[in-house]
Design a protein around this ligand. Structure first.
Ligand code: HAM
Length: 415
């Protein structure tokens, strides 16, 4: 038997119903906020990701040479792809440009609960605006989507990578040299981060200052002790989100983010019920376009880990209505089969979900099957019904039956 590759999953019909339900919900919410959908290829030139993150990132992604000898990889995320697309084709669109996407990403990780090699992200990017309003609008969409799913136990933590970058720069570690340190801090590997800072020539006081800053977390008042423009900036973002009606917000200057491109506000969302892999969303403001050959453009975005969000939704037992099927059409005799196909065709054309016996089963077996696929009604077509141009409509839950004229059926089933 051939196994599926490690870190991947198959999704059965039950699971796909859940996934599609929440995927549609997220798309609708994004549209409600004035975002429009884009799609980019699943594979890209590896350079798109190594340019900012360095060649080391190849270890973490699916990278290979294609038959033409090109360095190609499966996308580990979509922000770089969207920015590449923006620079090549979308720079003339009015700004702010508010885009969203849904698609799979691939990372060569050690698989565990909530961590896969193939996973899905629902993300958004606002391109072309550097204001706190922009950051609030991005966080606001993530928050609204999570709120809409019915999830209750999660917390939005907002920070500012500029604060740590500035502290490191003042201690002589600037630009990309700060990256390995920030990556350790992101993973909360403090001894390793301290060692790297010492190696980079930072003194004890500066190192302690950085570590202490990453531990500033709590309600908005923790910013009272933070000097400089970044603290005031987070406060503005926070106030706008509160005005929009979001409440489960907190400040966390320890939000560092694993990806290299963030420059300002950064945020993450955790669902504590998930245990180790509890981060269900992450994002922030960044500037990537100049790296890809465009003009400098400020952007802010986020990606919701779709799979983890579903795990959190399941862990909380959030209910949702499965689509099911409205009608199962059952021909009683062979001579009624053609009529059954007419009826099913009419229902489907009218937008009523309908299925029909294609295994030439008897009525009893057909009704059992109808119940196993959760059909709301059975539409029974027999000789008696043929004569009166009617069908017998059977409510599958109550067992009640009534004779309905065929042309009235779509209207009845839509009610
Ligand atoms: P990220 O934090 O790397 O950010 O990924 C976003 C979310 O994807 C994570 O919070 C997590 O829920 C989910 N995720 C990441 N890796 C895995 C995995 N191996 N298995 C399952 N879920 C995973 C980004 O990708 C940025 N592009 C977000 C962004 C957009 N920043 C600005 N714009």
């Amino acid at each position: 038997m051939i196994q599926r590759p490690r870190g991947t999953r198959d999704f059965g019909p039950e699971e796909m119903e859940v996934r599609r339900h929440f995927e549609d919900m997220m798309r609708k919410e994004a549209a409600l906020h004035g975002f429009r959908e884009v799609a980019t290829p699943i594979f890209e030139h590896t350079e798109l990701f190594t340019l900012k993150s360095g060649p080391g990132v190849v270890e973490e992604i699916y990278a290979f040479q294609d038959k033409g000898g090109r360095e190609i990889c499966l996308r580990p995320e979509l922000t770089a792809s969207v920015m590449r697309f923006f620079i090549s084709d979308l720079t003339n669109l009015p700004r702010p440009l508010k885009l969203f996407y849904f698609g799979q990403c691939f990372r060569y990780e050690r698989p565990q609960a909530g961590r896969y090699r193939e996973f899905f992200q629902f993300g958004a990017e606002i391109i072309g605006s550097p204001t706190p309003e922009t950051d609030a609008e991005a966080i606001g969409l993530a928050a609204a989507i999570l709120e809409r799913t019915g999830l209750r136990d999660y917390r939005i933590r907002i920070g500012h990578i500029g604060i740590l970058r500035e502290m490191l720069a003042r201690a002589g570690v600037s630009g990309d040299a700060a990256l390995p340190i920030l990556q350790r801090l992101d993973k909360k590997e403090y001894p390793e981060a301290e060692a790297l800072m010492a190696q980079a020539g930072m003194g004890r006081e500066a190192i302690d200052g950085v570590i202490a800053t990453t531990q500033v977390t709590g309600p908005i008042t923790v910013l009272d002790g933070v000097q400089g423009p970044a603290g005031a900036y987070i406060r503005e973002v926070y106030d706008i989100l509160q005005a929009m009606g979001f409440s489960n917000l907190s400040v966390d200057l320890g939000v560092v983010r694993g990806l290299a491109y963030y420059t300002g506000m950064v945020f993450e969302v955790d669902a504590p019920k998930l245990g180790a892999e509890k981060q269900i969303c992450g994002g922030g403001s960044y500037s990537l376009s100049e790296l890809f050959g465009g003009e400098k453009v400020f952007s802010t975005g986020f990606a919701i880990g779709f799979d983890r969000t579903l795990l959190a939704i399941q862990a909380e037992g959030v209910e949702f209505v499965r689509p099911g099927i409205t009608a199962y059409v059952v021909p009683v005799t062979d001579s009624a089969r053609m009529r059954a196909f007419q009826v099913v065709g009419m229902l489907r054309r009218a937008g009523v979900s309908a299925d029909v016996d294609i295994m030439r089963r008897g009525v009893g077996k057909s009704l059992r099957y109808a119940s196993s696929i959760n059909a709301k009604y059975a539409v029974i077509v027999g000789e008696k019904e043929l004569e009166s141009d009617s069908v017998t409509l059977r409510d599958m839950a109550s067992g009640e039956q009534s004779l309905v004229r065929a042309e009235e059926l779509p209207k009845r089933l839509k009610e």
